[in-house]
Design a protein. Sequence first.
Length: 332
Amino acid sequence: VRKKPKVFVTRRLPDQVETRMCELFDAELNIEDTPRSQPELVAAMRACDVLVPTVTDRIDAALIEQAGPDLRLIANFGNGVDNIDIEAAQKKGITVTNTPNVLSEDTADMTMALILAVPRRLTEGAKLLTGDASGWKGWSPTWMLGHRLGGKRLGIVGMGRIGTAVARRAKAFGLSIHYHNRQRVNPATEEELETTYWDSLDQMLARVDIVSVHCPSTPATFHLLSARRLALMKPGAYIVNTARGGIIDEDALIAALTEKRLSGAGLDVFEHEPAVDKRLRRLAEEGRVVLLPHMGSATIEGRIDMGDKVIINIRTFFDGHRPPDRVLPQRA
Ligand code: 8YV
């Protein structure tokens, strides 16, 4: 009998995923769910065949350098792989996989929730009706007016799986779909979603009412939405980010919101998670900003699907085949 691969899982996963992992692999779980320290990760990478990290583990070149000879696969529990130095892994002959597709629809749902919540002042209204004393003194025709979505322009930055899933939903809400992407998406999708493609991000930013960020976080997209680019946005526009915090220059965004150049923001991700800038939290208190603690893909169904993907990637790899979700270093 072939030896079961020794799999080190850094965080708690849904019960049924952990059970299956224990059946199939020699799995070391993290029942307490406390994030693993760097020395713990080093020890695991020296002793295991597979590492299953999440977004909270920084698997950088220095760490990968210390991996033992058995470590052949890093099967990320997550779509984004900005937590892993893919190039360093490849150099060391370690394969990296992720969990695409299965979280696109959930993330797109949460993006729509933010696209709706900010212009329609959802959290501001809901807050008035929490606690003992009602903050609602009575209805009036000019009370709590937000802005209509229908007829506005949505600018999607990064039209991959999640961006496209957002576009489908947004179109149903009457938004017109504009997008910027390294390449144009296929003509059938462009036709279905009646998209307008912008080769130039700068030009798109100046013309849309809501910007939604869906590109991966790479060195090339760090502060892609820089102070200069945020200044190009239409006065009074909104911005939504369910991708990664570092894609937007958070300081510049806070300045634009504070100076009321932008009307509002819906953010599920932050530059220094889990720390969230005090100034942003203050803006959230005022209701012009809606903040969520990285919940974009947080559904039980999604997490189980992600776990299944991790398992398939590990099994395929140890069956001697190329795993379905192998990730290669990004071309510059
Ligand atoms: C998860 C995510 O919260 O997959 C991603 O890229 O941001 C989220 O789905 C996280 O990555 C799990 O590791």
